[in-house]
Design a binder for this molecule. Structure first.
Ligand code: DQA
Length: 155
């Protein structure tokens, strides 16, 4: 089981940017946290971050055939990007959208999420824990779905 964790713009500034909202820990801390969370449930984790919408689209496309599931925090592109939504729909891998902050309790524009329409689940406002929950959820889903798929195809 392999989970790709894809992070969008400004998440490389974690620890510096608005610590009252995003906390004092850095992106490197988040990567360590996700690797440990993956190891605890037997999942291999690949961890990415980009400030560029097109690069995020390419990463999602490259997950096809390489990842069993995607955890994505598209950051500001959540609220604007049809391209990221289309990429998630194109690969059709199980995906979970994660936000460190509770986007439902912030500015009005953060309540709109295009990318969530290509995701099976959204977790917001739980900080790093949201990533752990997403990895665990995908691991469980994959463990349940793979045997069902195999049964369907008589494998
Ligand atoms: C964010 C929330 C977004 O609205 C914001 O643009 C981000 C981070 C979060 O993790 O809480 O950059 O995705």
């Amino acid at each position: 089981m392999t989970v790709w964790i894809i992070n969008g713009p400004n998440l490389n500034m974690l620890g510096i940017r608005e610590p009252e909202i995003y906390g004092k820990e850095t992106l490197a801390d988040l990567e360590r946290f996700c690797r440990a969370a993956g190891a605890a449930c037997g999942a291999a984790v690949e961890f990415f971050q980009s400030n560029h919408e097109g690069e995020l689209v390419t990463m999602i496309q490259q997950a096809l055939g390489r990842a069993d599931g995607i955890v994505i925090n598209p950051a500001a592109y959540t609220h604007t990007s049809v391209a990221i939504l289309d990429a998630l729909k194109a690969v059709a891998l199980p995906a979970v959208e994660v936000h460190l902050s509770d986007v439902s309790r912030r500015e009005e524009f953060r309540r709109v999420s295009y990318s969530s329409l290509g995701c099976r689940k959204v977790i917001a406002g739980k900080g790093f824990e949201g990533y752990r929950e997403a990895i665990g959820w995908l691991t469980k889903l994959t463990e349940e779905e793979i045997p069902k798929e195999k049964a369907k195809r008589n494998l």
